[in-house]
Structures are given as structure tokens and as C-alpha cells.
Design a protein around this ligand. Sequence first.
Ligand SMILES: Cc1cc2nc3c(=O)[nH]c(=O)nc-3n(C[C@H](O)[C@H](O)[C@H](O)COP(=O)(O)OP(=O)(O)OC[C@H]3O[C@@H](n4cnc5c(N)ncnc54)[C@H](O)[C@@H]3O)c2cc1C
Length: 389
Amino acid sequence: MTRHTLVMASFLLETHVMGAGPTGCMVALALAQQNQRVVLFDPQAFDALTSRSRAYAITHSSRRLMQSLGLWDELQKDLVAFEQLDLRDLAAGRQVIFVAEDLAKKNRGHRGIGWILDHRPLMTVLLRKLQQSGLVEMHLGGEAAPIPSPDSLVIAADGPSSPTRKSWGIHCWQHRYRQGCLTAKVVLRGIQANQACELFRPEGPLAVLPLGNDHFQVVWSAPMERCQERCALAPSEFLDQLAGILPQGIDPDLLLDQPKAFPQQWMLAHRLSRGRGVLIGEAGHRCHPVGGQGLNLCWRDVDVLVRSVQKGGSAKRIAARYGRQRWIDLILVGSATDLLVRCFSNRISLLVGLRRIALQLLKHSVGLRQLSLRAMTDGPLQIGRALPD
Ligand SMILES: Cc1cc2nc3c(=O)[nH]c(=O)nc-3n(C[C@H](O)[C@H](O)[C@H](O)COP(=O)(O)OP(=O)(O)OC[C@H]3O[C@@H](n4cnc5c(N)ncnc54)[C@H](O)[C@@H]3O)c2cc1C
């Protein structure tokens, strides 16, 4: 099939995207750029969609997707690069520092090991671009959307409790962690503005993500009741508790938002497509936030779905092809994050000993650091493959 007929064939496909979170907006934009007509529906209005207080760790696989959609330059001033990732296991007393040289060669020219991007600028730019597109029909704030025609591709991007997934009768495998996590934005002293940290503690991992200048987001995992108790503390007490667990020399000065607690689960839908419908983003899977993989995994769904649309065929064929192609990445990343949380959130002496050996090896082997960073930032399926530019 020539390029021309491919574009003509794909132009005839109408897509309905249920959910305008970061995954739904990204897929709507990517499809509109492929000349698809897109109907996008979300019960939340523009202001609610942009107002979540969260920052995302962006990896190189997401950087490539953002670049291909023209989002990278537009969001440049909001992307905070981190050039060092400081990984510590406090119970095992080991530390490994990842630097840009540990990245694959093709990723090194981009300054960061990864980036932190706040929800608000991301969603504002995405929603504005969608509003400006002549191919996207938006129905936000619960405004009724037209019923999809029998030939259209229906994309469920309506989040972890996905009403669309339930209406299609798709069940999930899931495991609810005893651990929850809380997120809070704070001012920190004694840490570089280009440094991110992942601290493994017996009660759960703590991520410290740079937001620019001396502002940081903490993602603090612990048993859910403890997260809720900490969220209810007065700001000074909260900062005291945080000071007690941060490595020596790093001190919290100010709390910038109200800490919020979230339950954590590993979840994977039994199937990712049904008829002409597909599940993408957290409608189809969820993993623990350790390693900041969540949104990046959702955006790799977008990449694979758009490639499936480009290959052509009926909505049913596109959906089935996507469903088959996403399994391995989702299972590998979900299992890796689950294993990390289980092995590192304890003081069991056998495991502490094994962690000591593993981290010592990682510290002294560039090859191992490159391998683990490649899996985290490009996805495990890219190991051993030539990376695109
Ligand atoms: C505490 C915490 C920290 C995290 N940190 C990171 C991180 O550092 N890096 C990272 O990559 N990821 C992180 N994640 C994961 C990340 O937040 C999710 O992966 C991301 O929000 C998933 O986006 P989504 O669009 O799939 O779902 P959502 O963001 O949940 O969006 C779903 C949308 O669907 C809409 N909707 C609901 N019902 C319907 C309906 N019936 N019809 C249509 N629309 C509907 C909702 O209004 C919403 O807008 C974190 C998650 C948590 C909980």
C-alpha cells in the first residue's frame, strides 16, 4: 500500500476517545495528527482537567513521543531535567548514582536522564492543541457526545476505575498493596536542582523529584493509614517527619501544597481489546509509582495504538493488533515494579544481604547501570534494539 492510500484509508476511520486525562488527550492529538477524526469526551471540564497537583517523571520513550507530536519544544520551559539519579537503600546502607553517561548513546545528547513535568502545563498545552485542531470534536464537562457509529474505533482512556471497561465486561487481575503513597510539593535545602532521588526504606520507597529551583515533589510510600495520618498533620509537623527520613544534609523548609494520600494497586485487564474497542492508559493497567513508570507506560500504549492505526484495516483489526502487541511491555514493567516494592520494603536479613550485593554490583558495573537505565527509560522491549533518534 502506498503512503497516499494509507493516509486516505486511515482518514475514513472515526475514533471516540472516552477520557481526557493525559493518556486520552495524547492519543486524541496523535490521531488528529494522522488525519483521523476524533471525538473526545470527559465528564470533567477544562479547569478540573488541568488542576491536579501532581508531577510526572518523563522518560526517553515519552520524550520521543512528545517530540514527534511537536509538544517537546512547546513544553521546554516546564520540563525540569535531572542529570543525576541517586538511588539509596537505607536498610542495606548502599547508594548508586546514575549519571547521563549511563544512558544509551542516542539518549545522551538530550541532557537529562529524565525530566519532571507538572500536570498543569502538560494538560493546558494538550487541551489547547486539541481545541485548535479542526479534526477533534471535544465534549468536556459532561456535555453529551454523539454515539459512535458502528465502524468507529472506541478508545477507553477513562482511568483506573474505567466505566467503559466495566460496560464491556472486561475483568482485571489486581493486587491492592498494603502500602499507599502520599504526594506533596516542598522546598528543600541541601540537594541539587538537577538531582532526583529514589530512597528505599523498610516502610516503602520515597521519591524526591525536582520541580525547578529549590522546589521538589515527594512521592512517599508507607502503609495507607500512616499516609493518611501524615496528610492530616499540621505543615510544621509534616515537615519534621519528612526531615526525619531524608538523608543527612537535605532539609525541608516549606510545604507548598496539601499532601494527598492515594491507595496503590497493581492491575492488568484480562484483555486490552474487545471488538472495535481498546483499553489504553490506566483503564487497562496500573502499577506502583516506584520508578515513575506509570504515565510513560500509558504513553507507550498511545504509540503502539497509533502505529496500529497507521497500518490500516477495520477498527476491529486495529484494536486486536494493539491488544496483542502491548502485553509483554505491560507484564514486564508491572512485574519489575512489583518485585522492587516487595524486595526492598523490608528488613528481612536475607533480602537485605542480597540487596547489598546487587547494589554493590550496580555501583561498580557501567554495563549493569546502562542495562537497568535502558529498561527504565526506553522500556524493557528496547533492550538490544537500535533506538530511533
Ligand atoms: C501518587 C501517584 C504518583 C504518580 N507519579 C507518577 C510519576 O512520577 N510518573 C508517571 O509516569 N506516572 C505517575 N503516576 C501515574 C500517573 O498519574 C497515571 O499513569 C496517569 O494519571 C494515567 O493517566 P490516564 O489518562 O490513563 O488516567 P487518568 O489520569 O485517571 O484520567 C482518566 C480520565 O477519564 C475521565 N473519565 C472518568 N470516567 C469517565 C467516563 N465515564 N467517560 C469518559 N471519561 C471518563 C476522568 O475524568 C479523567 O479525566 C502516579 C500516580 C499516582 C497515584
